[in-house]
Design a binder for this molecule. Sequence first.
Ligand code: GDP
Ligand code: IMO
Ligand code: MG
Length: 422
Amino acid sequence: MVDVLLGLQWGDEGKGKIVDYLAADYDIIARFQGGPNAGHTLYIEGKKVVLHTIPSGVFQPHCLNLIGNGVVIDPVTLKKEIEEIVALQPDLLERLFISQRAHLITPTHRALDAASEAAKGKEKIGSTLKGIGPAYMDKTGRNGLRVGDCLDGNDFEEKYGKLKQKHMELLKQYDYEVDIEGWENDFKEAVAFLSKLNIINAEYWLEANIKDGKKILAEGAQGSMLDIDFGTYPFVTSSNTIAAGVCNGLGIAPRYVGDVYGITKAYCTRVGSGPFPTELEDEVGEALRKAGNEFGATTGRPRRCGWIDLVALRYAVMLSGVNKLIMTKTDVLDSFSPLCAATSYKVNGQETKEMPYDLCSTEVDPHYEEFAGWEKPINECKTYEETPETFKKYCSFVEEYLGTEITYISNGTGRDQLLKKS
Ligand code: GDP
Ligand code: IMO
Ligand code: MG
């Protein structure tokens, strides 16, 4: 079976930390979408590691790791990341596999991302500028370059040359000047490096492993509210971040999907532009950013902070069929009282518990339920039973509203700062 773990908000819910922990019980961790826009933070023996393209199972020595066909790979960032991780895990390359069908991000994709954002001016998406949107556009536009194209005999140079030409024309239209040649040397070197890695026909590999009874966990990137179809469009990323993305991002049949773990912070953050109904643009938001150290793992940008939004969360739980909730960063709320949770929106004077079609052009007034803060620091608790009643009340409310049980509660950055609840 293939279990799934994904973010239920706007990303950065703590997926990396949780996958690193859960990977102890899995044979394979497989990334199914996104690319180096992701930044998954792990603490390994006190040392901070941020993974962008490599799955978060690499620090469990028995675990194999797959970068699936649904991922877009920047060979330059992947090479850098591998070099960093090999220093910590010398057998990394024996445990890392890449689908030949995954698409490549080229230097011109990055330039196009920057040009497109600059052209949008105030309406920019707030992209991480890693070339994600342009790479997925070429994939669906049937112009993309794939990992398998790097292999001998697959005319990489010719295919790359054609794509670059097309991109240079587009960049001219944007009137965007960039020194691609500088980036190109690194790119070609990294492509040669990539071509020597374990490039596989991943869908057959996964099928064989499933038939062999191996346990597989699909690791999501970004979050459900950044999904290309169901997120706060157009302020989204360019892939399906919900559980449905697992099937086409790995090439596995829906009937093989097992448990779906959905992660939410005990509050909410967003980085980049776009609607965020429960955002706190005041000193409480500022205090949350400080307490939660809410700065982007990929770009370093300050994250916008606000209260947990149960309307959006219920939508995300519904879309992915989440049956196991995980709540992270509970310790961050230690010094906040009262706490709030949005339970409905008022839209045009009407109360609703549904996500409006277009949050960008709709005035949304969230209705909040208030909760007393907890009397004791959560990271001092070693079991769920030890947590204060006020904390239990908050958790029960979230579970009831979402109709899903919380299985784990994270109360710190470390791998083992996790309370099993059910
Ligand atoms: P991801 O993209 O979902 O993997 O999340 P990020 O790594 O971008 O952001 C989550 C941040 O919160 C990281 O800095 C983690 O180290 C940190 N973190 C994760 N869980 C907890 C927790 O329970 N408490 C605290 N204080 N920090 C946490
Ligand atoms: P992880 O996996 C948070 C956001 C960007 C921007 C929008 C589009 O670490 O949770 P893109 O680069 O995809 O064109 O940016 O999506 N975004 C993320 N926000 N966490 C992420 O990944 C993100 N990946 C992209 O900030 O608003
Ligand atoms: Mg992140």
